[in-house]
Ligand binder design. Sequence first.
Ligand code: AMP
Length: 403
Amino acid sequence: MTFSDLGLLPIFTDKCEQLGYTEPTPIQKQAIPIVLQGGDIIACAETGTGKTAAFLLPILQQLSATNKNKPGTKVLILSPTRELANQTEAACKQFEPKGITCTAIIGGAGYKRQIDSLKRGANIIIATPGRLMDFMEQGMIDFRGLTHLVLDEADRMLDMGFLPSIKRIVKAIPANRQTLFFSATMSAEIEHIAYAMLKDPTVIEVSPRGKAAGLIEQTAYPVAQQFKMPLLLDLLDKEDFDRVLVFTRTKRGADRLAHVLEKRSHKSNRIHGDRSQSQREAALRSFKSGHTNVLVATDVAARGIDIDSVSHVINYDIPEAPEDYVHRIGRTGRAGNKGKAITLFTIAEEHSMRSIERLTGERVERVLLPDFGGHSAPTAAPGKKLGSPARKTFRSFGPRRGR
Ligand code: AMP
Protein backbone atom coordinates (compact mmCIF):
# COMPACT_ATOMS: atom_id res chain seq x y z
CA MET A 1 0.00 0.00 0.00
CA THR A 2 1.28 3.47 -0.90
CA PHE A 3 0.57 6.95 0.46
CA SER A 4 -1.30 7.70 -2.73
CA ASP A 5 -3.59 4.64 -2.16
CA LEU A 6 -4.59 6.32 1.10
CA GLY A 7 -5.88 9.34 -0.81
CA LEU A 8 -2.96 11.71 -0.42
CA LEU A 9 -2.18 14.06 -3.28
CA PRO A 10 1.19 14.12 -5.10
CA ILE A 11 2.43 17.22 -3.24
CA PHE A 12 2.29 15.17 -0.05
CA THR A 13 3.29 11.77 -1.42
CA ASP A 14 6.35 13.39 -3.03
CA LYS A 15 7.28 14.90 0.31
CA CYS A 16 6.94 11.50 2.01
CA GLU A 17 9.25 10.04 -0.60
CA GLN A 18 11.80 12.80 -0.06
CA LEU A 19 11.68 12.12 3.69
CA GLY A 20 12.40 8.44 3.02
CA TYR A 21 8.94 7.19 4.02
CA THR A 22 8.78 4.26 1.63
CA GLU A 23 5.53 2.85 3.01
CA PRO A 24 2.82 4.14 5.34
CA THR A 25 3.05 2.83 8.90
CA PRO A 26 0.05 0.88 10.33
CA ILE A 27 -1.36 3.96 12.10
CA GLN A 28 -1.01 5.99 8.89
CA LYS A 29 -2.78 3.29 6.86
CA GLN A 30 -5.73 3.31 9.22
CA ALA A 31 -5.98 6.97 10.18
CA ILE A 32 -5.27 8.91 6.96
CA PRO A 33 -8.32 7.78 4.92
CA ILE A 34 -10.71 8.40 7.85
CA VAL A 35 -9.28 11.84 8.61
CA LEU A 36 -9.40 12.79 4.93
CA GLN A 37 -13.10 11.92 4.94
CA GLY A 38 -13.69 14.19 7.91
CA GLY A 39 -14.16 11.51 10.59
CA ASP A 40 -13.16 11.71 14.26
CA ILE A 41 -10.68 9.15 15.57
CA ILE A 42 -9.45 7.76 18.86
CA ALA A 43 -6.04 6.30 18.15
CA CYS A 44 -4.10 4.20 20.57
CA ALA A 45 -0.59 4.59 19.20
CA GLU A 46 2.75 5.14 20.83
CA THR A 47 5.27 7.75 19.87
CA GLY A 48 7.53 6.24 17.22
CA THR A 49 4.70 4.68 15.22
CA GLY A 50 4.45 7.59 12.78
CA LYS A 51 1.39 9.08 14.47
CA THR A 52 2.39 12.71 13.85
CA ALA A 53 2.33 12.28 10.08
CA ALA A 54 -0.87 10.23 10.49
CA PHE A 55 -2.72 13.35 11.60
CA LEU A 56 -0.64 16.11 9.97
CA LEU A 57 -0.74 14.82 6.38
CA PRO A 58 -4.53 14.53 6.01
CA ILE A 59 -5.13 17.78 7.92
CA LEU A 60 -2.65 19.65 5.71
CA GLN A 61 -4.28 18.21 2.61
CA GLN A 62 -7.70 19.36 3.79
CA LEU A 63 -6.34 22.82 4.61
CA SER A 64 -4.48 23.20 1.35
CA ALA A 65 -7.74 22.54 -0.51
CA THR A 66 -9.73 25.16 1.36
CA ASN A 67 -7.47 27.62 3.00
CA LYS A 68 -4.65 28.74 0.74
CA ASN A 69 -3.04 31.96 1.97
CA LYS A 70 -5.98 32.89 4.20
CA PRO A 71 -5.02 33.97 7.71
CA GLY A 72 -6.90 32.59 10.72
CA THR A 73 -6.61 29.63 13.06
CA LYS A 74 -8.09 26.43 11.63
CA VAL A 75 -6.22 23.75 13.53
CA LEU A 76 -5.31 23.43 17.20
CA ILE A 77 -2.89 20.68 18.23
CA LEU A 78 -2.53 20.29 21.99
CA SER A 79 0.70 18.75 23.26
CA PRO A 80 1.67 17.83 26.82
CA THR A 81 5.20 19.22 26.58
CA ARG A 82 7.17 21.98 24.92
CA GLU A 83 9.52 19.48 23.33
CA LEU A 84 6.69 17.60 21.67
CA ALA A 85 5.09 20.86 20.49
CA ASN A 86 8.41 21.97 18.97
CA GLN A 87 8.81 18.63 17.23
CA THR A 88 5.30 18.71 15.83
CA GLU A 89 5.93 22.25 14.55
CA ALA A 90 9.16 21.03 12.93
CA ALA A 91 7.29 18.09 11.34
CA CYS A 92 4.63 20.46 10.05
CA LYS A 93 7.25 22.72 8.50
CA GLN A 94 8.96 19.66 7.01
CA PHE A 95 5.91 19.00 4.87
CA GLU A 96 6.18 22.61 3.65
CA PRO A 97 2.53 23.29 3.01
CA LYS A 98 2.58 26.30 0.71
CA GLY A 99 0.35 29.12 1.91
CA ILE A 100 -0.29 27.45 5.28
CA THR A 101 1.32 28.82 8.42
CA CYS A 102 1.96 27.07 11.72
CA THR A 103 3.34 28.18 15.06
CA ALA A 104 4.22 26.66 18.42
CA ILE A 105 2.68 28.39 21.44
CA ILE A 106 4.65 27.07 24.38
CA GLY A 107 5.76 28.12 27.84
CA GLY A 108 9.38 28.90 28.67
CA ALA A 109 9.89 30.77 25.39
CA GLY A 110 9.68 34.50 24.63
CA TYR A 111 6.27 36.06 24.01
CA LYS A 112 7.11 38.33 21.09
CA ARG A 113 7.55 35.75 18.33
CA GLN A 114 4.44 33.92 19.48
CA ILE A 115 2.32 37.09 19.67
CA ASP A 116 3.53 38.15 16.21
CA SER A 117 2.62 34.78 14.70
CA LEU A 118 -0.83 34.94 16.30
CA LYS A 119 -1.36 38.46 14.98
CA ARG A 120 -0.46 37.22 11.51
CA GLY A 121 -3.24 34.63 11.94
CA ALA A 122 -1.26 31.37 12.01
CA ASN A 123 -3.44 28.60 10.52
CA ILE A 124 -2.10 25.83 12.75
CA ILE A 125 -1.40 26.36 16.44
CA ILE A 126 0.59 23.68 18.22
CA ALA A 127 0.33 24.49 21.90
CA THR A 128 0.98 23.39 25.44
CA PRO A 129 -2.13 24.12 27.53
CA GLY A 130 -0.59 26.66 29.97
CA ARG A 131 0.66 29.24 27.47
CA LEU A 132 -2.37 28.79 25.26
CA MET A 133 -4.72 29.59 28.18
CA ASP A 134 -2.57 32.60 28.94
CA PHE A 135 -3.12 33.98 25.41
CA MET A 136 -6.78 32.96 25.40
CA GLU A 137 -7.38 34.89 28.61
CA GLN A 138 -5.82 37.97 27.00
CA GLY A 139 -8.25 37.58 24.10
CA MET A 140 -5.40 37.08 21.64
CA ILE A 141 -6.68 34.00 19.86
CA ASP A 142 -9.70 33.85 17.59
CA PHE A 143 -10.97 30.30 17.43
CA ARG A 144 -14.17 31.06 15.53
CA GLY A 145 -12.86 29.59 12.29
CA LEU A 146 -11.37 26.46 13.90
CA THR A 147 -12.11 23.21 12.06
CA HIS A 148 -9.72 20.67 13.66
CA LEU A 149 -8.65 19.78 17.19
CA VAL A 150 -5.87 17.25 17.84
CA LEU A 151 -5.09 16.00 21.33
CA ASP A 152 -1.65 14.46 21.15
CA GLU A 153 -0.43 12.13 23.91
CA ALA A 154 -3.69 12.64 25.75
CA ASP A 155 -2.79 10.17 28.48
CA ARG A 156 0.25 12.22 29.38
CA MET A 157 -1.76 15.43 29.37
CA LEU A 158 -4.07 13.94 31.95
CA ASP A 159 -1.14 12.64 34.02
CA MET A 160 0.25 16.15 34.06
CA GLY A 161 -2.99 17.56 35.42
CA PHE A 162 -4.09 19.33 32.24
CA LEU A 163 -7.67 18.04 32.29
CA PRO A 164 -9.23 21.30 33.67
CA SER A 165 -7.34 23.35 31.04
CA ILE A 166 -8.35 20.97 28.25
CA LYS A 167 -12.00 21.23 29.28
CA ARG A 168 -11.84 25.03 29.20
CA ILE A 169 -10.08 25.08 25.85
CA VAL A 170 -12.61 22.65 24.34
CA LYS A 171 -15.46 24.86 25.61
CA ALA A 172 -13.93 27.88 23.86
CA ILE A 173 -13.66 26.30 20.41
CA PRO A 174 -16.44 25.52 17.92
CA ALA A 175 -18.39 22.32 18.64
CA ASN A 176 -18.66 21.71 14.91
CA ARG A 177 -15.14 20.47 14.26
CA GLN A 178 -13.16 17.34 13.52
CA THR A 179 -11.38 15.92 16.57
CA LEU A 180 -8.45 13.51 16.59
CA PHE A 181 -7.46 11.93 19.87
CA PHE A 182 -4.10 10.18 20.27
CA SER A 183 -2.92 8.31 23.32
CA ALA A 184 -0.18 5.72 23.87
CA THR A 185 -2.22 4.01 26.56
CA MET A 186 -5.95 3.82 27.12
CA SER A 187 -7.69 3.68 30.46
CA ALA A 188 -11.39 3.84 31.26
CA GLU A 189 -10.89 7.49 32.31
CA ILE A 190 -9.23 8.43 29.04
CA GLU A 191 -11.93 6.71 27.00
CA HIS A 192 -14.60 8.53 29.00
CA ILE A 193 -12.99 11.91 28.28
CA ALA A 194 -12.43 11.05 24.64
CA TYR A 195 -16.05 10.07 24.06
CA ALA A 196 -17.20 13.33 25.65
CA MET A 197 -15.17 15.32 23.10
CA LEU A 198 -15.58 13.30 19.91
CA LYS A 199 -18.44 12.58 17.56
CA ASP A 200 -18.99 8.99 16.53
CA PRO A 201 -15.24 8.28 16.52
CA THR A 202 -13.50 5.39 14.80
CA VAL A 203 -11.24 3.60 17.26
CA ILE A 204 -7.83 2.69 15.89
CA GLU A 205 -5.48 0.51 17.86
CA VAL A 206 -2.15 -0.20 16.22
CA SER A 207 -0.57 -1.86 19.23
CA PRO A 208 -2.38 -3.58 22.07
CA ARG A 209 -3.03 -1.29 24.99
CA GLY A 210 0.15 -0.55 26.85
CA LYS A 211 2.15 -2.84 24.63
CA ALA A 212 5.82 -2.06 24.33
CA ALA A 213 7.16 -1.55 20.82
CA GLY A 214 8.14 -4.85 19.19
CA LEU A 215 11.67 -4.01 18.03
CA ILE A 216 12.91 -3.41 21.55
CA GLU A 217 14.96 -6.02 23.39
CA GLN A 218 14.09 -5.70 27.05
CA THR A 219 16.15 -6.85 30.02
CA ALA A 220 15.99 -6.08 33.74
CA TYR A 221 18.68 -6.21 36.40
CA PRO A 222 17.68 -6.83 40.00
CA VAL A 223 20.28 -4.74 41.83
CA ALA A 224 20.74 -3.31 45.31
CA GLN A 225 20.35 0.48 45.37
CA GLN A 226 24.01 1.09 46.26
CA PHE A 227 25.20 -0.92 43.26
CA LYS A 228 23.10 0.85 40.67
CA MET A 229 25.77 3.41 39.83
CA PRO A 230 28.65 0.94 39.28
CA LEU A 231 26.31 -1.27 37.27
CA LEU A 232 25.26 1.67 35.11
CA LEU A 233 28.88 2.68 34.53
CA ASP A 234 29.64 -0.90 33.62
CA LEU A 235 26.76 -1.10 31.19
CA LEU A 236 27.86 2.13 29.55
CA ASP A 237 31.32 0.66 29.23
CA LYS A 238 30.20 -2.63 27.87
CA GLU A 239 27.18 -1.99 25.70
CA ASP A 240 27.70 -1.02 22.11
CA PHE A 241 25.55 2.09 21.99
CA ASP A 242 25.01 5.13 19.77
CA ARG A 243 22.85 7.17 22.08
CA VAL A 244 21.60 6.30 25.53
CA LEU A 245 18.70 7.86 27.33
CA VAL A 246 18.94 7.28 31.10
CA PHE A 247 15.79 7.81 33.15
CA THR A 248 15.75 8.86 36.78
CA ARG A 249 12.69 9.38 38.94
CA THR A 250 13.68 12.79 40.35
CA LYS A 251 15.28 15.99 39.08
CA ARG A 252 17.92 15.80 41.80
CA GLY A 253 18.63 12.21 40.87
CA ALA A 254 19.15 13.30 37.26
CA ASP A 255 21.56 16.05 38.36
CA ARG A 256 23.53 13.67 40.58
CA LEU A 257 23.80 11.04 37.88
CA ALA A 258 24.81 13.52 35.18
CA HIS A 259 27.48 14.86 37.53
CA VAL A 260 28.99 11.38 38.05
CA LEU A 261 28.87 10.67 34.31
CA GLU A 262 30.64 13.94 33.54
CA LYS A 263 33.34 13.05 36.07
CA ARG A 264 33.77 9.71 34.33
CA SER A 265 34.26 11.56 31.02
CA HIS A 266 31.01 10.45 29.45
CA LYS A 267 29.71 12.96 26.93
CA SER A 268 26.48 13.55 28.79
CA ASN A 269 23.82 16.11 29.56
CA ARG A 270 20.50 16.23 31.42
CA ILE A 271 16.97 17.48 30.96
CA HIS A 272 14.36 17.94 33.64
CA GLY A 273 11.72 20.39 34.77
CA ASP A 274 14.10 22.70 36.68
CA ARG A 275 16.21 23.37 33.60
CA SER A 276 15.33 26.36 31.47
CA GLN A 277 13.77 25.88 28.05
CA SER A 278 16.99 26.99 26.36
CA GLN A 279 19.04 24.53 28.46
CA ARG A 280 16.68 21.71 27.53
CA GLU A 281 16.76 22.61 23.87
CA ALA A 282 20.57 22.84 23.90
CA ALA A 283 20.76 19.42 25.60
CA LEU A 284 18.46 17.90 22.97
CA ARG A 285 20.38 19.53 20.12
CA SER A 286 23.73 18.22 21.30
CA PHE A 287 22.22 14.76 21.84
CA LYS A 288 20.72 14.79 18.35
CA SER A 289 23.93 15.98 16.74
CA GLY A 290 25.96 13.32 18.57
CA HIS A 291 27.99 15.88 20.50
CA THR A 292 26.74 14.12 23.63
CA ASN A 293 25.63 10.50 23.64
CA VAL A 294 24.21 10.03 27.12
CA LEU A 295 21.16 12.05 28.10
CA VAL A 296 19.80 11.80 31.63
CA ALA A 297 16.12 12.67 31.85
CA THR A 298 13.06 12.62 34.04
CA ASP A 299 9.77 11.34 32.63
CA VAL A 300 8.08 14.67 32.06
CA ALA A 301 11.07 16.26 30.34
CA ALA A 302 11.67 13.29 28.07
CA ARG A 303 8.13 13.16 26.83
CA GLY A 304 7.98 13.56 23.09
CA ILE A 305 11.69 13.32 22.42
CA ASP A 306 11.88 12.28 18.79
CA ILE A 307 15.36 11.10 18.01
CA ASP A 308 15.49 8.11 15.73
CA SER A 309 18.80 6.67 16.76
CA VAL A 310 18.42 6.27 20.51
CA SER A 311 19.94 2.80 20.72
CA HIS A 312 19.43 2.25 24.45
CA VAL A 313 17.01 3.34 27.12
CA ILE A 314 18.24 2.66 30.65
CA ASN A 315 15.75 2.93 33.50
CA TYR A 316 18.14 3.82 36.30
CA ASP A 317 15.03 4.13 38.46
CA ILE A 318 12.06 1.96 37.66
CA PRO A 319 9.10 4.19 36.69
CA GLU A 320 6.39 4.81 39.26
CA ALA A 321 3.53 4.11 36.85
CA PRO A 322 3.80 1.07 34.57
CA GLU A 323 2.48 3.18 31.66
CA ASP A 324 5.61 5.33 31.97
CA TYR A 325 7.68 2.25 31.17
CA VAL A 326 5.96 2.00 27.79
CA HIS A 327 6.55 5.72 27.15
CA ARG A 328 10.17 5.54 28.23
CA ILE A 329 11.21 2.53 26.20
CA GLY A 330 9.25 3.91 23.22
CA ARG A 331 12.13 6.40 22.83
CA THR A 332 14.17 3.58 21.31
CA GLY A 333 13.31 1.09 18.56
CA ARG A 334 11.84 3.90 16.47
CA ALA A 335 11.17 4.15 12.75
CA GLY A 336 12.11 0.50 12.17
CA ASN A 337 15.39 0.64 14.14
CA LYS A 338 16.24 -1.91 16.82
CA GLY A 339 16.61 -0.79 20.41
CA LYS A 340 17.48 -2.05 23.84
CA ALA A 341 15.72 -1.22 27.08
CA ILE A 342 17.50 -2.02 30.34
CA THR A 343 15.80 -1.59 33.70
CA LEU A 344 17.53 -1.55 37.07
CA PHE A 345 15.28 -2.38 40.00
CA THR A 346 15.72 -3.22 43.67
CA ILE A 347 14.26 -6.23 45.46
CA ALA A 348 11.63 -3.96 46.98
CA GLU A 349 10.58 -2.92 43.45
CA GLU A 350 9.95 -6.43 42.15
CA HIS A 351 6.20 -5.74 42.34
CA SER A 352 6.64 -2.69 40.04
CA MET A 353 8.49 -4.86 37.54
CA ARG A 354 5.60 -7.35 37.64
CA SER A 355 3.04 -4.56 37.11
CA ILE A 356 4.96 -3.54 33.99
CA GLU A 357 4.92 -7.10 32.72
CA ARG A 358 1.19 -7.36 33.38
CA LEU A 359 0.57 -4.15 31.42
CA THR A 360 2.74 -5.02 28.44
CA GLY A 361 1.82 -8.71 28.50
CA GLU A 362 5.50 -9.53 27.99
CA ARG A 363 7.98 -11.11 30.33
CA VAL A 364 11.16 -9.07 30.68
CA GLU A 365 14.29 -11.19 30.90
CA ARG A 366 16.04 -10.86 34.28
CA VAL A 367 19.83 -10.70 34.33
CA LEU A 368 21.13 -11.93 37.66
CA LEU A 369 24.34 -10.39 38.89
CA PRO A 370 24.75 -11.48 42.53
CA ASP A 371 27.72 -9.23 43.15
CA PHE A 372 25.58 -6.24 42.33
CA GLY A 373 23.13 -7.29 45.02
CA GLY A 374 20.82 -9.16 42.63
CA HIS A 375 17.91 -11.23 43.89
CA SER A 376 19.67 -14.52 43.59
CA ALA A 377 22.22 -13.74 46.27
CA PRO A 378 21.15 -10.73 48.28
CA THR A 379 23.79 -11.46 50.89
CA ALA A 380 26.64 -11.18 48.39
CA ALA A 381 26.42 -7.43 48.25
CA PRO A 382 27.23 -6.00 51.69
CA GLY A 383 30.77 -4.90 52.18
CA LYS A 384 31.67 -5.22 48.51
CA LYS A 385 33.86 -2.43 47.30
CA LEU A 386 32.55 -0.33 44.47
CA GLY A 387 34.42 1.13 41.54
CA SER A 388 36.69 -0.83 39.26
CA PRO A 389 36.14 -4.26 40.87
CA ALA A 390 32.52 -3.94 39.89
CA ARG A 391 33.45 -4.03 36.22
CA LYS A 392 35.44 -7.19 36.74
CA THR A 393 32.55 -8.78 38.55
CA PHE A 394 30.15 -7.81 35.83
CA ARG A 395 32.29 -9.30 33.12
CA SER A 396 32.80 -12.47 35.10
CA PHE A 397 29.04 -12.90 35.15
CA GLY A 398 28.65 -12.18 31.48
CA PRO A 399 27.90 -15.77 30.36
CA ARG A 400 24.96 -15.99 32.75
CA ARG A 401 23.03 -13.40 30.81
CA GLY A 402 21.59 -16.16 28.60
CA ARG A 403 20.24 -14.08 25.70
P1 AMP B 1 6.07 9.75 15.53
O1 AMP B 1 5.38 8.49 15.96
O2 AMP B 1 5.17 10.70 14.86
O3 AMP B 1 6.83 10.36 16.69
O4 AMP B 1 7.16 9.36 14.40
C1 AMP B 1 8.38 8.74 14.68
C2 AMP B 1 9.38 8.87 13.56
O5 AMP B 1 8.98 8.08 12.43
C3 AMP B 1 9.58 10.29 13.02
O6 AMP B 1 10.96 10.55 13.05
C4 AMP B 1 9.07 10.26 11.62
O7 AMP B 1 9.85 11.08 10.77
C5 AMP B 1 9.20 8.80 11.21
N1 AMP B 1 8.17 8.34 10.26
C6 AMP B 1 6.87 8.72 10.22
N2 AMP B 1 6.23 8.07 9.22
C7 AMP B 1 7.12 7.24 8.63
C8 AMP B 1 7.05 6.29 7.56
N3 AMP B 1 5.92 6.06 6.89
N4 AMP B 1 8.18 5.63 7.24
C9 AMP B 1 9.32 5.85 7.91
N5 AMP B 1 9.47 6.73 8.93
C10 AMP B 1 8.37 7.41 9.31
